[in-house]
Design a binder for this molecule. Structure first.
Ligand SMILES: [Zn+2]
Ligand SMILES: [Zn+2]
Length: 386
């Protein structure tokens, strides 16, 4: 029996509690991972706040990074001793997974949000009762976790796991929206606007900057929109060429058009999930412009668009999951950018102990920290009995 220190959430709108939990026997498709660090993402907080439905008690966490200690009989993508980043889980069997579009897996919702294994069982116990886990295939708010093999992406052992933990969700989603969805080089795209400069929006700006450096004439205009002057300052440091604060301008659309000219906006990414912002984003697009939605609004949210300008201007509006990233390919690419010093994600981070998790969440919600990262103490794992 393996035990672990985990952040247990007993109910919606409660605090995380640091508890000793027990992991069940490893299944054939699972990997036992000793976590070194886990980023806190807004999706974790949305579950905590009851905005995303869940069954409790549960262990969340979906930006894990750690070391493989044991692998199930059917696991062939990682080995004992490998260092891994943890990302979303997918079935690897449906037609989308077979085509390499794992981010479109038909089992995406149940694999990542059901907080149970694919067979419906729970991977953990707490105080003798079942504890929900396998959130995003990992439930990495735990010093040790049973992780779905598809969530594991191997990373070189010389790379700092604590810095890289947020790659698996937030960074991949933001950078992927630029690289994999907008594909600005293929499109010859010169301008992009990014709404909401949190962890995801910051990653989108970093990616846009890298592309602009690598390709002359591409993404020469990178506009950041946020209500916080502090975040806009960060956006400038990361590579934004222009910033707009909606609280100091009457019309965000007009402010964007003053930069790009009224017909000039080619790419747009919303990381806020606010329907009014999404509407502004679409109205701001010029002919041939493409808008991408990443930020999650409440489940019941609906938007409306005026159809004619879409036809006349050949515009498009696309949803994107995990930045349309095949994590086993895209995460190593991002790690390489980090190695080259071109993905300064450490600028966004502050590290916390597990016992400080509730302070970390509060700091994130107050806008004081873009990306809190929980560091896990090393465990003495006893594998006897598994
Ligand atoms: Zn996330
Ligand atoms: Zn699938």
């Amino acid at each position: 029996m393996v035990t672990a220190t985990a952040l247990v959430l007993k109910a919606a709108n409660s605090n995380f509690q640091v508890e000793r939990v027990e992991l069940k026997r490893l299944q054939p498709e699972e990997v036992l991972v000793e976590l070194r660090a886990t980023g806190v993402c807004h999706t974790d907080i949305s579950v905590q706040q009851g905005k995303i439905e869940a069954v409790f008690p549960v262990v969340l966490g979906h930006e894990g990074a750690g070391i493989v200690r044991e692998v199930g009989a059917n696991v062939d993508n990682v080995q004992v001793g490998d260092h891994v980043l943890l990302s979303y889980s997918y079935c690897n069997q449906c037609r989308h997974c077979q085509r390499g579009k794992t981010y479109q897996c038909v089992k995406m919702a149940e694999r990542n949000f059901a907080a149970c294994r694919p067979d419906g069982s729970s991977p953990m116990e707490w105080r003798g009762a079942s504890l929900r886990g396998c959130f995003f295939g990992q439930s990495s708010f735990s010093s040790v976790a049973l992780v779905q093999a598809t969530s594991c992406v191997k990373v070189d052992k010389d790379m700092p796991l604590a810095s890289l933990a947020p790659l698996g969700c937030g960074v991949q989603t933001g950078a992927g929206a630029v690289y994999n969805v907008l594909r600005p080089v293929d499109a010859g795209m010169q301008s992009v606007v990014i709404f909401g400069i949190g962890g995801v929006g910051s990653a989108a700006i970093m990616a846009a900057k890298v592309i602009s450096e690598d390709h002359a004439g591409i993404l020469t205009t990178i506009i950041a929109v946020d209500l916080s002057e502090k975040r806009l300052e960060l956006a400038k440091q990361l590579g934004a060429t222009h910033v707009i604060n909606p609280s100091t301008t009457e019309s965000v659309v007009e402010a964007i058009h003053r930069v790009t000219d009224p017909d000039g906006l080619e790419g747009a990414i919303d990381c806020t999930g606010v329907v009014a912002v999404i509407n502004d984003m679409i109205v701001a697009l010029g002919p041939g412009g493409r808008a991408v939605t990443i930020g999650a609004p409440p489940a019941s949210a609906k938007m409306s668009i005026q159809v004619f300008p879409f036809i006349n201007g050949c515009k498009s509006y696309e949803g994107s999951n995990a930045g349309n990233s095949n994590s086993s390919e895209f995460l190593p690419f991002l790690v390489e950018l980090f190695r080259q010093g071109r993905l300064p994600i450490e600028m966004l981070q502050r590290q916390y102990k597990p016992t400080e998790v509730n302070e970390a969440v509060a700091a994130m919600l107050e806008g004081k920290v873009v990306k809190p990262v929980i560091l896990w103490p090393e465990e003495q794992i006893q594998l006897v009995g598994n």
